[in-house]
Ligand binder design. Sequence first.
Ligand code: HEM
Length: 437
Amino acid sequence: MTTVDDASRRLGRRDFLGRVAIGAGGVAVGALATSALVDGDARARQRPEATEAARATFVGEHQPGIASAQPRHLVLAAFDLAHDGTATGARDTFRDLMRGWTAVGEAVMSGGALPAGPATRPGMRSDPAIATGLDPAGTTMTIGFGSTLFATLDVAAKAPTRLRELPAFAGDDLDPAQSAGDLIVQLCGDDAQVLSHAFRAVRTQGPGRATLRWTQFGFLSAAAGETPRNLLGQKDGTANAAPGTAGFDDVVWSTADEPDWFAGGTYLVFRKIRLDLPGWDLTGAAEQDAATGRHIASGAPLSGGSEHSPLDLDARASNGELLIPATSHVRLVHGIPMFRRSYNYDYGFVSGRSAHSPHEHDDASHDHPGPQSGHARFDAGTLFLSYQRDPAVFVDAQTRLATTDALNRFLLHTASGVYAVPPGIRSGAYVGEGLLT
Ligand code: HEM
């Protein structure tokens, strides 16, 4: 049986405290619920970890939003740097943007005053006031750089050595307009209104410096001490190393041979994966479990035990068949060192003809299984986010999955990106400063 203490150890103490608060209060808030339950000094004394989680900052070895507890909402936005075609001009713009975003991040994570943007003129408000009086609710901001940024800045010699575009994978149906980008901003938090405010503040730094390329919005929720479930109902994240452990550090943070300024950095891979929810719902429970390699209800491996029992890949049924089937998702990628920090998305019915619905049917009676069915205009699934010290790890995993995974008939990868995520900063610096100094 899983005890509260086991769960605490696995999730990391800080994450656990936040989630216990959710369970105990029965309200839709995360780490910040803890702070709301007790006041002032008492709060600091009783819940030091939770208070720390609630007030993230860029200062430190790593950026926030990676090892920290995963809050309930996600805003993911990619931008392209505005530039005049010269590397010097691009560097000036980049510096201004990163100074602005660093100040925005510090403000939205602490609940402080927002900095003015480049288009703010005397008499204008630099803060739209939509989060006035609201707690930061565990908001974190994380910034990453796409390979195109390093080319534009002409700093190839300082580029993180493992950053390269992902290859095309079998079955991909990627929309370039929803993929890549010079810069990515990941905002996570427990209050959707506060997050909207944070995203607005990020955009306020944009005029003349960067243009918005694409956005995604995600959500995630779990019962106290439980692994969150994706929209297939699967517990998703069971095999993740727990933040704060040596195992996590090995999987996530950059290796010693990277450029000095990148020490404490990592790489982020993003995939937007549409799920065929009607197709899944019309599939038998045993078939769903077999495609996963785990029992959907408990998260336990099909080889036996409970959610966190080790997988026995050799275990066979009395008829000789593998208990964890050869084409099951977990068998194909078991042990691959990445930290998955994905969110669910549900955009509902997408009006108009989507580039990612290769064909559609006006006649509802003509339907067939798979994401390309008449249901293709219903866009819901996973915003897959993985952090790892080398994106080649993702390439290895996805290469194995792309042709063989039994889950594939329910999945469609529609957008993609890979980014170098610089380390945290010393006080007074801006994110990515080491790249230009
Ligand atoms: C929407 C698509 C996906 C779904 C629904 C899904 C679902 C799952 C589930 C249910 C598990 C088992 C529980 C766990 O350990 O978290 C799992 C494990 C895992 N998945 Fe996925 N996954 C998806 C996409 C991917 C992709 C694109 C990759 C990487 C290319 C990936 C890599 C992994 C890895 C490395 C594990 C841990 C395996 C282990 O060590 O046992 N998954 N996934």
